[in-house]
Write a protein that binds this ligand. Sequence first.
Ligand SMILES: [Zn+2]
Length: 371
Amino acid sequence: MAAQTPDLDTPDASLTADDSFTATSSAGLTYPWGDFAPGQGKVHRIADGISWARIPMPGSLGHINSWLLDDEDALGTGFAVVDAGMLLRECSDAWKALFAGDLADVRVTRVFGTHLHPDHIGLAGWLCKRFDTDLWMTRGEWLTARMLISDVRDDVPPAYIAMQRAAGWGEDVIAEMSSRGWGRFGKMVFEMPQSFRRIEAGDVLQMGQHRWEVVIGSGHSPEHACLLNAQSGVLVSGDQVLPRISSNVSVHLSEPEADPLGEWLDSIDRLLGLPDDLLICPAHGEPFKGLHTRLCALRDEHHRRLDDVHAKLKETPLRAVDCFPLLFNRPIGGHNRDLATGEATAHLNRLMADGRARRDLADGVYWYRAA
Ligand SMILES: [Zn+2]
């Protein structure tokens, strides 16, 4: 199935999938374009005011979607880029192919980072530099990104080691963690501009003929921006709402007593106030409809897991690492160990905040019990 040649100047106001696509549905969601995705150098118009490019990435995610919003500034028309990919040759080559392909002679007017993770902002600074334009983010995401990039040191901080030990990791794993060194975040992100343009909840940005409202979520990251175009019926959702995978919700070293899962569940409740028939443009996976179905599924899944952990705590004390079989259906080790430990701790912190669990420290290890 060949991708249509996008017409960048004539927006297609219709959200209906055109005839060359077969809409599919699964788990109550509808994918108007089925499993289609724009190929190398290609941009696909998906609704009035927004086009879609896909940036390939290694690893299990395999890609990130970059959403291109019609924009206009003093120099003329162009695109605002939402999320840019990681600082990897594979990602920058994909952009170069776009600039030699469907985006030839198209100007980038500004760059948005929905949130601080390197697959989203890794090439944001590179695009800003290339087009001499600004980076737009929330203050929470910007500051956290700058903090992590600046935290350069040779050795893994003792507080991180203590946190991993408290979660229940043994000395063999601790030794391996120590040997990896510190400061990987900065290596995945191109130098960011020294200044940024702040966006915050409720801001309405006029871009070209369109108004985009900033909708904030939290839990996956501190102050995650989504962009809502009520007129076109589109939500650019970043990682706040993903169709097929559950976004990681983790406790991090910078705030060990945080309750990100509480923030995540609150965000889901807020997002349920948005219209159900929006076209959701996620950072990973295909654009879909069925926002409320997806949000309820994510919410119910977390509550089920919280209940499972709580039930087990009534039987026996557990460490964070003991919760993995209750939370994940895949083996934990190596690359996913940090995410799993952070997410297990997030569930335990939620249970404690809820008064359903308490913990004791014994020999540097946290043991959780039902309260
Ligand atoms: Zn993310």
